[in-house]
Design a protein around this ligand. Structure first.
Ligand code: SAM
Length: 347
C-alpha cells in the first residue's frame, strides 16, 4: 500500500500509524487507571511512559471501558450449565486486541473463560509477546500447563490464552489463528472489535463480520467505533486521523447507528443493536459508578462531551439458537432487551 500522501489527495492508510493507535489506547487506559476511573492491575506493564489525559478523554475512555466490561460480564454470567452442573465453556475472540489486558484481569477476578484469543498485526503481537514473556506475574496467569511462547513469531499458545499474529485484511491468517488457538466453532463466543474495523476498507470489514457469522454457531460480535462523519465534529475527527496516517476508512460505509446494525443483519447475524455513547452513558451504565467517576476531576466541558459521545457507538450482532445470549445486550430502564422484536398486540 502506498503510504505517501499526494498533494490534495486523501492520505493513504499507513500500517505503522494504524498499529500506533494501540499505544494511544493503552496510554489512555493507564491515565484512567491512575486517576481512579477504572481498575486494572496490569496495563502499566504495557506502557513505556505514562501520560496524563484531559478529564474529557478520561471520561470518554471510562465510558468505553465500562460499556465493554458490562457486555463482557453479561456474556460471562449467561448460559446454561452443562449436564454435570459445571458452568458452560465459553470463548472470547478479540480482533485487533492491541495491548489489552482483559485476559489477565479476568484471571485475577476469577472469571476466566475456556479460551481467550487475541489477534493483531504481527508487529503488535511480537511486542506484546515480549512484554508478557519477561514478566513472571503475567506468565504465571497463562495457566497450569507450560505455555508455548515464541517472541520471534509473536505467538503465545496456552491452555486458556492465545495471542496470535493476523492481518484482518487476509482471512487466511484469521483462519490460521482460529485453528492454532483451537477455538471451537460450537462453543458460545464473544467477538470483540474495539476501534478496529473502522480502520479497514468496508469490503474487508464486511468480510470479517461475515467470516465470524459463518464460523461460530452461537456468538455475539461487539464493535466500538465512530459515527456521523458529515457534521463539523465528524469532519474534524476524519481530518485528525487522516493527518496521522490512519484514516477512518470504514466510516462513510457505516456512518449511522442503523448502518452499523445493518452490517450485522446483512451478513449472517440474527439481530443487532447500535447505541451511541451519549445514550449508553446515561441509560446503560451503572448510575452509582457514574456518580463516583464524575467526582474524580473538575469537569466543565459539557458541550464538547455530549458532542464527542454522540460520535461514538457500540454496536453488536447476535447469532443464537440456544438461548445463551437471551439476556445479552442493552436493555430499557426496566431491564427488557430493547432489540427484541415487539410482540404484536392481541386483536
Ligand atoms: C485503536 S487500537 C485498539 C486496540 C484494542 N482493541 C483496544 O481497544 O485497546 C486498534 C488495533 O487494531 C489493530 N488492527 C488494525 N488493523 C488491523 C488489521 N488489519 N489486522 C490486525 N489488527 C489490526 C491495530 O494494530 C491496533 O492494535
Amino acid at each position: 500500500m502506498d503510504e505517501r500522501s499526494l498533494m490534495g489527495a486523501p492520505r493513504a492508510s499507513s500500517t505503522v500509524a494504524v498499529q500506533a493507535t494501540n499505544d494511544d489506547a493503552t496510554a489512555s487506559k493507564l491515565s484512567c487507571v491512575t486517576k481512579g476511573y477504572i481498575h486494572d492491575d496490569f496495563v502499566h506493564m504495557f506502557v513505556r511512559r505514562s501520560i496524563k489525559r484531559a478529564p474529557l478523554i478520561n471520561r470518554g475512555y471510562y465510558a468505553r471501558w465500562a460499556t465493554m466490561r458490562m457486555l463482557l460480564k453479561q456474556f460471562l454470567d449467561s448460559g446454561i450449565p452443562n449436564g454435570s452442573g459445571l458452568p458452560q465453556k465459553k470463548q472470547i475472540l478479540s480482533l485487533g486486541a492491541g495491548f489489552d489486558t482483559t485476559f489477565f484481569q479476568l484471571v485475577v477476578e476469577e472469571q476466566s473463560v475456556h479460551k481467550f484469543v487475541e489477534v493483531d498485526f504481527a508487529e503488535v503481537t511480537k511486542k506484546k509477546t515480549m512484554l508478557i514473556a519477561t514478566k513472571e506475574v503475567l506468565v504465571s496467569k497463562l495457566g497450569p500447563t507450560k505455555p508455548e511462547i515464541d517472541p520471534g513469531k509473536g505467538e503465545i499458545v496456552s491452555e486458556h490464552y492465545s495471542l496470535l499474529p493476523c492481518d484482518l485484511r487476509d482471512l487466511k491468517t484469521l483462519d490460521d489463528a482460529f485453528t492454532k488457538a483451537q477455538l471451537d466453532a460450537k462453543l458460545p463466543t464473544l467477538i470483540l472489535a474495539e476501534c478496529v474495523l473502522i480502520y479497514l476498507e468496508p469490503t474487508v470489514s464486511r468480510q470479517v463480520v461475515k467470516w465470524c457469522a459463518e464460523k461460530f454457531e452461537t456468538a455475539a460480535f461487539v464493535t466500538y467505533e465512530q459515527i456521523h462523519p458529515d457534521d463539523a465534529f465528524g469532519q474534524q475527527m476524519l481530518r485528525n486521523l487522516e493527518s496521522r496516517g490512519c484514516p477512518l476508512l470504514g466510516l462513510h460505509d457505516t456512518p449511522t447507528l442503523e448502518s452499523k446494525e445493518r452490517r450485522f443483519t446483512d451478513l449472517g447475524w440474527q439481530r443487532a443493536l447500535a447505541m451511541d455513547m451519549d445514550a449508553i452513558y446515561h441509560q446503560q451504565l451503572d448510575p452509582i459508578d457514574r456518580g463516583r467517576i464524575e467526582r474524580l476531576e473538575i469537569f466543565d466541558e459539557f458541550e464538547e462531551w455530549n458532542i464527542m459521545q454522540a460520535h461514538y457507538c457500540v454496536a453488536y450482532g447476535v447469532k443464537d439458537d440456544t438461548g445463551v445470549f437471551e439476556n445479552f445486550g442493552f436493555s430499557d430502564r426496566k431491564g427488557a432487551n430493547i432489540e427484541k422484536p415487539a410482540i404484536p398486540p392481541m386483536m
